[in-house]
Design a protein around this ligand. Structure first.
Ligand SMILES: NC(=O)c1ccc[n+]([C@@H]2O[C@H](COP(=O)([O-])OP(=O)(O)OC[C@H]3O[C@@H](n4cnc5c(N)ncnc54)[C@H](O)[C@@H]3O)[C@@H](O)[C@H]2O)c1
Length: 463
């Protein structure tokens, strides 16, 4: 089957378009289980006490399990395959989360996502389910990690998690300067509460999404031993550094000694899954370079502003280390395998390509791949921006056996395929699904989340 983007889509896509009559929700949802899961459907996941036709409708659309507070522990447990390794992914509905979930599902993991959808849409996970055909192994609960009561009740409800990937965070640099308390509370407070709850529920492996921003003003290339925490210019970056400090202190404590903790410092993730079905869908004005460039290329924005062309770099524009999102997703999976071998302790790795590209090189590469001219103007430098930031990625290669394998052209080709196939991101799709779900038990919470999303930022940060 050929998708809109020209990509060959898995067979399962054809099946997912089978029209279903949702009037008898439980039956239909069970049919979806048959269609999309290699395992036989477990009737109790769609029926039994606590299940409702509305829930079944969600499942019929999304092909993964939506967990509701009214579900019984027994019903939830029956949806899981106890023979698989079960991992929790916070923020799993977001850009990096969806690609990571896809990678984990493809490698046989049972995945539970918690996300408050402050910066994401469920459509991303629906597509992960479709792409993998493993929606039966994907479980979702809309929840805020800062809500300890709900988190605790939820962790009691699901089977024990072997590990937690913690991606949930607010990440807009400019917004963090306007709302530092919200950022520290969400990112730092959320992580501390999550760690305490995971400990209570016997989950002792933790993979944290950190950022190259923790290196502050350390000169490139940065190794894992380069100084961190000096010259970080915004609360978002500081929140990542503070969380790393919390994890280092925790790891040294008696309680933390039982844990394996992995800090992954991402450089600049770009690109999309090669199908073009999932990718980055920024709310409001994109904060990062490539999503902005893509929106210029597709005609959603007039032109790009490059902040400074007088840096001591080959063409004068800032140099950053870009990494394909699927390479990053593979790094996540391999990190867990590494922790399996190594056991307890604290591990830190750069996930970068080890080489930098300038803003102009990125723009030119996308122009070449898309055949679309990308107008830009040069503005003045922004305070806090460095001339070049790129990783020394040799430790990840040596220890994890991981290396970024997708080059600049692949990154641009994949992100262009995603953008062309989805010029408005996931927008249209989620609105349709939301309309069908109207009146759902989570509607009041959604309106609060919508507020956070609308606050998402105006300022353009091309880093
Ligand atoms: N994308 C990048 O350039 C980049 C670079 C370095 C590090 N990171 C880190 O990687 C992680 C994932 O980034 P991303 O680009 O996928 O961002 P994203 O915004 O697409 O995904 C983050 C997800 O977390 C959710 N979330 C936020 N706060 C939450 C909370 N309190 N409870 C539950 N869910 C919550 C959001 O709704 C979103 O779905 C973040 O921690 C980010 O700081 C990203």
């Amino acid at each position: 089957m050929i998708g809109a983007s020209g990509a060959v889509l898995p067979k399962v896509m054809e099946l997912s378009s089978v029209a279903v009559n949702v009037a008898v929700g439980t039956v239909v949802a069970a049919m979806c289980g048959l269609v999309l899961s290699s395992r036989p459907p477990k009737p109790s996941s769609y029926g039994g006490e606590g299940s409702q036709s509305e829930l079944a409708i969600c499942e019929a659309e999304t092909h993964f399990h939506m967990i509701s507070s009214s579900d019984s522990t027994r019903d939830v447990a029956l949806r899981y395959d106890a023979s698989k390794v079960h991992v929790l992914v916070t923020g799993g509905a977001g850009y990096l989360g969806t690609h990571t979930c896809l990678e984990l599902l493809r490698h046989g993991y049972e995945v539970t996502v918690i996300d408050n959808l402050a910066n994401s849409k469920l459509e991303g996970l629906r597509r992960v389910a479709k792409l993998t055909g493993k929606g039966g192994c994907l479980h979702f609960k809309r929840m805020d990690v800062t809500d300890v009561t709900e988190l605790s009740a939820f962790l009691k409800m699901i089977p024990e998690c072997s590990a937690c990937y913690h991606l949930a965070a607010l990440k807009a640099v400019g917004e963090s300067c306007q709302m530092p308390l919200e950022y520290y509370d969400n990112n730092v407070g959320g992580t501390v509460r999550l760690l305490l709850e995971l400990h209570q529920h016997n989950c002792r492996r933790f993979i944290f999404s950190s950022s190259a921003t923790v290196y502050g003003t350390s000169p490139a290339p940065v190794t894992e031993e380069s100084p961190v925490g000096v010259g970080i210019s915004n609360p978002y970056g500081k929140s990542k550094f503070i969380i790393e400090e919390v994890l280092r202190d925790f790891s040294n404590s008696k309680m933390g000694k039982e844990w394996a903790i992995m800090i992954l410092r991402y450089f600049n993730p770009v690109g999309a899954h090669e199908s073009g079905m999932i990718g980055e869908d920024p709310a409001g004005v994109p904060n990062n370079l490539m999503p902005y460039v893509l929106q210029v290329a597709i005609g959603r924005r007039k032109e790009l502003t490059i902040f400074g062309d007088d840096y001591p770099t080959p063409d004068g524009t800032g140099v950053r280390d870009y990494i394909h999102v699927m390479d990053l997703a593979e790094g996540h999976r391999m990190s867990l395998e590494y922790m399996d071998q190594k056991g307890g302790g604290l591990y830190t790795f750069n996930l970068g390509s080890g080489r930098g590209f300038s803003v102009l090189e990125m723009v030119e590469s996308l122009q070449k791949v898309s055949g679309v001219p990308i107008p830009y103007q040069v503005g003045s430098r922004r305070p806090g921006d460095l001339a070049e930031v790129y990783a020394d990625a040799t430790a990840a290669q040596r220890e994890l056996g991981w290396k970024a394998s997708r080059g600049l052209e692949t990154m641009c080709r994949d992100m262009w395929r995603w953008q062309q196939g989805n010029p408005q991101g996931f927008n249209g799709e989620d609105e349709q699904a939301d309309a069908k779900r109207s009146g759902s038990r989570d509607s009041e919470r959604l309106s609060g989340i919508g507020l956070v999303r609308r606050m998402s930022l105006a300022a353009v940060f091309v880093r």
